[in-house]
Write a protein that binds this ligand. Structure first.
Ligand code: ADP
Ligand code: MG
Length: 736
């Protein structure tokens, strides 16, 4: 590619016909500065002749009970609005060559009235309905304006029309569906041929991909549905290819920076510890311990993800790994996402270490807790212990990151509940020691597509087995008018030694309101339904000392019931708490619900999870089983909360729950994408594009295996692209 053409593409978008300086300013506001940017501003969807029906045909569909969405095109023949008191209703009449149809708006009539003018042509998409007078009707449909010329072209030549999501910054400059199409059409005709290829020739050939020029042209103005599909695949592939290159580079980077910490099993510390452990490890725990141990014994630094459903016993596995490090005269640290969880870990580990010291007098292992809310003197003491290696196991929160924290000899790091931490944080932690081995633990099973992408730089170990004699939690969904009966159940069960959590969701993200809600319920329950029980209250506005105190009271059974906001969400382990009641359960996210349910069922008693929700949702759920596979994205959006609750009732399997969660959240909202340090995915659907992910991964890993620094001539282009377009994402790689 010669430099002249590159200059063309780097020109301001203002030089594209009918843009000019003023509109260029608006384009700049939405990140479109150059002609190149404009070419890569792709349509959000297309209108394809094969999916459009005539009015007459659509009417037949309606009569035959068709229940899906469909699209018709018509010319506006009448716009009529009617007032009913305060309310204004808008009815727009359309016709095509076969008949009439109408669209109705019950809201926003004033606005829509200004959108539809007689003689204009629109494509209208929605579920068809029958009006009072038996006519074909669409209520609040999606619609797109098209020109008459486009309509003819489209119907007769089978053209496919693009639609762009037009940001309001452009709309205010009077750039609508028609003008954006004209502007982009001009840019594509004139400049798309000059785009420089961003994928290696060989890869394009071998995978039968469209080259960038063809792909851009066909993404905007496809010559056929097949070409449109190919264009999309090309951009998906490109996105995944570079993502996987980054993954491969990172993995390579970790693996080649030898820690030199090849540890050994030096003493009987581990076997002594196993003797004081009150239970036998499950086979799955033993298996992953083997994998972890291998990493620790080798010179290769460990970067391992330990996955396992809530309650499977990850903590004890990580503790044994920490003891291996201590056996080798290193310090080990475990970082938890909340103070209360860090506190609990510190307590549990201390108890176990004391048991160990009682039985084996030489084995005095010191545990230190470092969290944000500590008193200054306390904190100074802890910092000193850490710096002098008086502390062997350091438990903490984010506070462990702080500069003041200086480990004398950190050899092993555990990060609990991984999804809250990103790669940057991991790296920062690693820099605090001499290339310590890192184990990250996640209670949320990670769907396969994510472990291939966002977590692809980690080795993965899975605990797929629960400790023996665990009964699975019984989950039920109840409408809130059943609360009195539920409270009765809680009272009855407390006579059998059951303890209960009663959880209220965060109200509008406000801590103040949260406090108020929890306190109000606490006072109310104490004097009414649960007046015969001992109640405790815990919420996010308490200091960690207060929270700790409440948790200890609860653990010691001084409360029968702990009323709580979501502060108890992660990791907390109270063996006799076997009922959890979640109020307004529809407000919780799916993985949050699963986490919360994981707070019970940790002993051998039958545990219960009671999801309480509005009558409407509870009823919806009892009526029918909804399968995600048969719902449109609009329907998924509508029934999200009901589906979440139904999923909870139907399964205890964390893996299934994570898959459903991913489907419900959609590709745009993958947890932690931003903090993961990976580029944002614009084209790929992490739920549906599994095969393409696997393919891109294979190709990318192969390239990095052969040429880890991307120095070969054939990889020059890749290197250049990575360093220019992905410079933010390659910090932890051998190319940086
Ligand atoms: P998670 O994996 O969710 O972090 P924990 O590590 O908190 O789970 O373990 C849950 C409970 O199970 C703890 O009380 C722990 O002591 C207990 N536990 C762990 N491993 C076993 C085992 N092999 N047999 C019986 N109980 C176990
Ligand atoms: Mg845990």
């Amino acid at each position: 590619m010669n430099s002249l053409s590159k200059e063309n593409l780097n020109q301001s978008v203002q030089y594209v016909k009918s843009v000019g300086p003023k509109r260029a300013d608006s384009f700049a506001k939405v990140g479109i500065n150059t002609i190149h940017d404009l070419l890569l501003f792709f349509p959000s969807r297309h209108l394809d002749r094969t999916t459009v029906l005539t009015a007459a045909k659509a009417f037949c569909y309606l009569i035959n009970g068709y229940d899906g969405e469909l699209t018709v095109i018509g010319k506006v023949v009448d716009v009529e609005s009617k007032r009913f008191g305060k309310r204004e209703i808008l009815k727009v009449q359309f016709r095509d060559s076969t008949g009439f149809f109408e669209c109705i708006w019950f809201q926003g009539a004033k606005y829509f009235k200004s959108v539809f003018n007689e003689e204009q042509v629109f494509a209208v998409s929605s579920k068809p309905e029958k009006s009072k007078f038996g006519a074909l009707q669409f209520v609040h449909p999606d619609f797109d304006r098209i020109t008459e010329e486009e309509e003819k072209n489209f119907l007769h030549t089978g053209k496919i029309i693009p639609f762009y999501k037009i940001p309001k910054e452009l709309r205010t400059q009077k750039i609508g569906d028609l003008s954006i199409r004209r502007i982009i059409n001009y840019a594509v005709e004139k400049y798309a041929g000059e785009l420089e290829e961003t994928l290696p020739e060989k890869i394009i050939k071998e995978n039968k991909l469209l080259n960038i020029n063809e792909a851009v042209k066909n993404f905007h103005f496809p010559v056929s549905t097949e070409k449109l599909e190919s264009a999309k695949i090309r951009f998906k592939f490109e996105e995944l290819f570079y993502l996987e290159l980054i993954v491969a580079l990172r993995k390579n980077y970790y693996q080649t920076r030898l820690s030199g910490n090849s540890m050994q099993i030096k003493t009987t510390l581990i076997s002594d510890f196993l003797k004081v452990l009150p239970f036998e490890l499950t086979n799955a725990q033993l298996k992953v311990l083997g994998e972890i141990k291998n990493d620790m014994l080798s010179e290769k630094p460990m970067n391992r993800l330990l996955q396992g459903d809530v309650g499977c016993g990850k903590t004890v596995v990580s503790l044994i790994a920490m003891l291996i490090a201590i056996d080798n005269k290193f310090q080990a640290a475990i970082m938890a996402p909340t103070e209360i969880l860090a506190d609990q870990h510190a307590k549990n580990i201390s108890v176990m270490m004391n048991n160990l010291a009682e039985k084996f007098t030489k084995r005095k292992i010191k545990v230190s807790l470092l969290i944000g809310g500590q008193k200054k003197s306390e904190r100074e003491k802890r910092l000193q212990e850490i710096e002098l290696q008086e502390a062997d196991i350091i438990v903490g929160t984010h506070a462990l990151f702080e500069e003041k924290v200086k480990f004398k000899n950190l050899g092993f790091v555990v990060i609990d509940e991984q999804h809250r931490f990103g790669v940057r944080q991991r790296a920062r932690f690693q820099s605090k020691g001499n290339q310590p081995d890192v184990l990250v633990m996640s209670a949320t099973p990670i769907p396969r597509t994510l472990s291939l992408t966002l977590y692809g730089d980690l080795d993965v170990s899975v605990i797929n087995e629960m400790p023996k004699d665990r009964k699975s939690v019984k989950t039920v969904l109840r409408s809130d008018n059943k609360l009195p009966e539920i409270f009765k159940f809680i009272s009855e069960k407390s006579k059998e030694g059951y303890q209960s959590f009663i959880v209220y969701p965060l109200v509008e993200d406000s801590e103040k309101l949260e406090l108020k809600a929890a306190e109000t319920y606490y006072k109310e329950l104490r004097t009414s339904h649960l007046k015969n029980l001992k109640l405790g209250l815990i919420h996010g506005r308490m200091s960690w000392q207060e929270k700790e105190e409440k948790m200890i009271f609860f653990l010691k059974k001084e409360f029968d019931v702990l009323i709580s906001t979501t502060v108890i969400e992660v990791g907390i382990d109270i063996p006799d708490a076997n009922i959890i009641l979640l109020n307004d359960a529809h407000r919780f996210g799916l993985s949050q619900l699963h986490q919360l349910r994981g707070r019970v069922g940790r002993g051998s008693k039958q545990a219960y999870c009671i999801l309480v929700t509005k009558n409407k949702i509870a009823k919806f759920n009892s009526n029918e089983y909804i399968s995600l596979d048969y719902l449109s994205s609009a329907q998924i959006e509508k029934y999200k909360s009901a589906i979440r609750l139904q999923t909870m009732v139907n399964t205890n399997n964390g893996f299934e729950i994570a898959e459903t969660d991913l489907k419900l959240r959609g590709p745009g909202d993958i947890f932690g994408t931003k903090q993961s340090g990976f580029p944002e995915l614009k084209h790929v659907d992490l739920v549906k594009d599994t095969e393409l992910i696997i393919k891109a991964k294979k190709i990318a890993f192969e390239i990095i295996k052969q040429d880890p620094s991307l120095e070969l001539d054939s990889n020059k282009m890749i290197r250049k692209n990575l360093t220019t377009s992905y410079s933010d994402n390659i910090k932890f790689s051998t190319v940086a």
